[in-house]
Design a protein around this ligand. Sequence first.
Ligand SMILES: Nc1ncnc2c1ncn2[C@@H]1O[C@H](COP(=O)(O)OP(=O)(O)OP(=O)(O)O)[C@@H](O)[C@H]1O
Length: 262
Amino acid sequence: MSRPAVSIQSVSKRWTPEGRAPVQALKDLSFDVEPGEFIVLLGPSGCGKSTLLYMIAGLEEVSGGTIACDGEPVTEPSAERGLIFQEASLFPWLTIADNVAFGLSVQHVQPVRRREIAIEMLKRVGLGDMLDKKPDELSGGMRQRAACARALAMRPKVLMMDEPFAALDVQTRARMQDFLLQIWRDSGASILLVTHSIDEAISLADRVVVFTARPGQVKTIVPIDLPRPRQSRDPRYHAYRDMFAELLADEVDRAFAEQEAV
Ligand SMILES: Nc1ncnc2c1ncn2[C@@H]1O[C@H](COP(=O)(O)OP(=O)(O)OP(=O)(O)O)[C@@H](O)[C@H]1O
């Protein structure tokens, strides 16, 4: 059997903000992500989903346990692990093509080749005629597609997405989900996507990792056994929706109770 793309073993994270009480964000978290697998992380606010992505990205250290990608312990950021945020973090003063090409300069790709790759990636995300536009000339959905192109240009083995479509309207969000499934299939990358939307989780995931309220632990891992494209009118889809709503309700109650107690 192949090695997991990401292996998370007994990971904990304790934040110690200056002048404030320490926060145990994650506790004894373990699961693997298989190569090419689409994982969705679902859980109440503050349970440590973003924290986990930052640690896999190598932007934050674990307080305990280990994270390994393709068998190698994560100690620093790598082009093999891309991270996309809710708001596309593009450089406003660069064109879309230059934004996509920028990351490749760090990988010492020659300028002409950088531009070729940028054009190829932007075409793939449907922005082939927007190459020389600046980010503020694009809609939110287009900016997010440009951010995907920039991440994919680095050929990551693992792509992490932190609520990437939360700021988009419902129609754009549905299109972006279709688009994401397409580029996921083409790229062969593993994806870890954080969302608060049960529908998004069911529409996208191979498996959904449900977190407990803080400190975040794995409450359960649910494989979504439905063919794609997934139809919300399918009775099995409804059964998943009910199950996730129930699983989350307890944890959201717990998270609220904790907040009120502070
Ligand atoms: N840099 C930081 N310093 C101190 N505490 C932090 C830091 N980042 C996150 N935390 C705390 O760690 C906990 C987990 O935060 P995190 O953002 O990972 O949760 P989340 O599940 O992604 O939340 P949400 O769904 O609301 O985005 C929260 O209590 C948060 O306040």
